[in-house]
Design a protein around this ligand. Sequence first.
Ligand SMILES: CC(C)(COP(=O)(O)OP(=O)(O)OC[C@H]1O[C@@H](n2cnc3c(N)ncnc32)[C@H](O)[C@@H]1OP(=O)(O)O)[C@@H](O)C(=O)NCCC(=O)NCCS
Length: 171
Amino acid sequence: MSATPPPADDGSSRYQDAEQPACQALTETVNLVFPEDANPKGTIFGGRILQWVDMVGAMAAQRHCRQIVVTAVMDTVVFRAPIYVGEYAVVKAWVNRAWHTSMEVEVRVEAEAPLTGERRLSVEAFVTFVAVDAHDHPTPVPPFIPQTPLEEDRFLAAEKRRAARMAYRQS
Ligand SMILES: CC(C)(COP(=O)(O)OP(=O)(O)OC[C@H]1O[C@@H](n2cnc3c(N)ncnc32)[C@H](O)[C@@H]1OP(=O)(O)O)[C@@H](O)C(=O)NCCC(=O)NCCS
């Protein structure tokens, strides 16, 4: 996913040097699952979920850095439960950690029953986005400072996952 700001953006409102609170990046969309989103069993097609994971994840990353971002790595996508046609797919994304030019975004998709509001976890994923400049070269992102115990836990866990990714990259 590449999230590009509109042409009128002159960069004056970017937050390049500031630390960003987690709430700045938290992004949520709600999608009604239509038949065209589904496989012949009447449950959502995995590729459609990946599209939403990538899109909402990119928005969270971009809300953190306010720069163009590209998807570098999509890993640990776990499909835990199906979502049926007629249900809502609630897609939530937030930044766990930022490094020099990259950010780890966690994305969770929940199925919501429209008449009861009951929710169940459907998909969880971790996606690494990289901020790029006008020449598609990686460019620095603002630091991410965790502000709650939960964010601190996620921040620490993100470093372990990054180490695994870097080991895989170098293997
Ligand atoms: C993502 C991309 C910009 C990285 O470029 P690169 O030449 O590898 O640049 P670098 O080696 O400097 O890496 C840039 C950042 O990505 C991180 N990165 C790259 N590959 C990674 C991997 N496999 N796992 C984890 N992090 C990775 C690096 O650690 C670095 O992060 P840091 O600066 O925070 O430490 C480049 O590979 C690319 O353009 N890929 C295609 C993106 C794309 O088309 N996506 C789909 C559509 S948006």
